[in-house]
Write a protein that binds this ligand. Structure first.
Ligand SMILES: [Zn+2]
Length: 113
């Protein structure tokens, strides 16, 4: 099916749409525009991590909020991935103020929702 048709079929109105689903309907250039660059990820990571350490919590907000053993875990940057707070497909931008770092487990779980 041509890309244009797929894009048309999957409208922006779907409220539970996730970025990852959206990846499949975009061209590579459009996907790149929706990604956070490394500098953004690193600055968000550093802020989240210093806040988390100050509070004695995990630097993954979902781990910190959860009941499990990772509650207080500080992840390395390479163990985390960037997540759009407001989904890119719903108009959320790819700047630091719309970026949060999640541990890879939580980032994947979010994508498969
Ligand atoms: Zn987590």
């Amino acid at each position: 099916m041509p890309i244009e048709k797929v894009v048309k079929r999957t409208t922006f109105a779907q409220s539970d749409r996730d970025d990852r689903e959206y990846w499949f309907c975009r061209t590579p250039a459009e996907r790149t525009a929706a990604l956070f660059d490394d500098a953004t990820k690193r600055s968000v990571y550093e802020k989240q991590t210093s806040d988390a350490k100050a509070k004695g919590k995990s630097n993954c907000p979902l781990c910190a909020a959860g009941p499990d053993a990772n509650k207080g875990k500080i992840y390395e940057l390479r163990e985390m991935d960037a997540d759009h707070v407001a989904a890119w497909s719903k108009g959320g931008g790819s700047s630091a103020n719309n970026c949060q770092m999640l541990c890879i487990t939580h980032n994947r779980a979010k994508g498969n929702r």
